[in-house]
Design a protein around this ligand. Sequence first.
Ligand code: ZN
Length: 309
Amino acid sequence: MNLPNALKSIGLMATLIYSQTAIASSLEVQKISDSVYALVGEMAQRSPQNLGNNSTHGVVVLKDGVLLIDSGGSYQGAQAIEKAIGSITDKPVKWVVNTGGQDHRWLGNAYFKAKGAVIYAAESAVAYQKAHCEQKLSGMARLIGDDKFKGTQCVYADHTFKEKTTLTLEGETFELYHKGPAHTVGNAFVWMPSTQTAFVGDMVYNERALGIQYTKDVKGWIATFEAMATFNPKTIVPGHGHASDLATAKKDTYDYLVFLRDEVTRILNEGGGMIEAGKIDQSRFNYLKELDAIGAKNALWIFEKLEFE
Ligand SMILES: [Zn+2]
């Protein structure tokens, strides 16, 4: 055996494996059916490794093209999403829905738009994106670094809707709903009747603690979740964590919101303040990742809002 050559080929293999995982490493492909998939990103913060895709994205493979729900946290994050889709199908992304205003829902738009995809979002989501463009760009650049951020810019949906629109894509029907605020003001969800799947973006966090910093609107988020739940989806593709049934989404997101609303309301009724709100015992939800980092802050944000109602 020729050792130097063997070493060379091991080195080459390592380089190939490295370059593939470097692009798509942070996205796990979760198969739901032959046509429906979730791309599940890391639960931790945006980083140069995950390219801003610390989030879950929905994929529907149609006759000749792919519908992507949420375009990723950066231009290169969008490329990583395309790469992950490439492990499922050769068909191109022809349509993109942005389910909200948080960075990883839409900062990959520029990439898919340049490839000819048509983009949809709620009117209120686009208004929010336009108002926060600079802030979202600089925040993402800071977290993933200038090198990984290259190419990222604010590109907005081609088509918007107020409360509902229906798309028929290559014979498949999708209903897009904006029922109210959730994580951001313009949260929308995609309902796919034939598979009873709801792609809900940041309205649902599975396995990870949600953050209520943008709207602080716990009552609005609860009502929006309830409106989505009336569809009784068989599968929910969330904004964070793995796709699940409705019961899991309820346990990890809805029950947490109701718990915090009730606890903060109780403190207000008892004449308590921020100090008591910050000390709410949230240990029932300790199994949710990142709860340590954001749990007490959530209580304070909700307190801030409910105090003035
Ligand atoms: Zn998110």
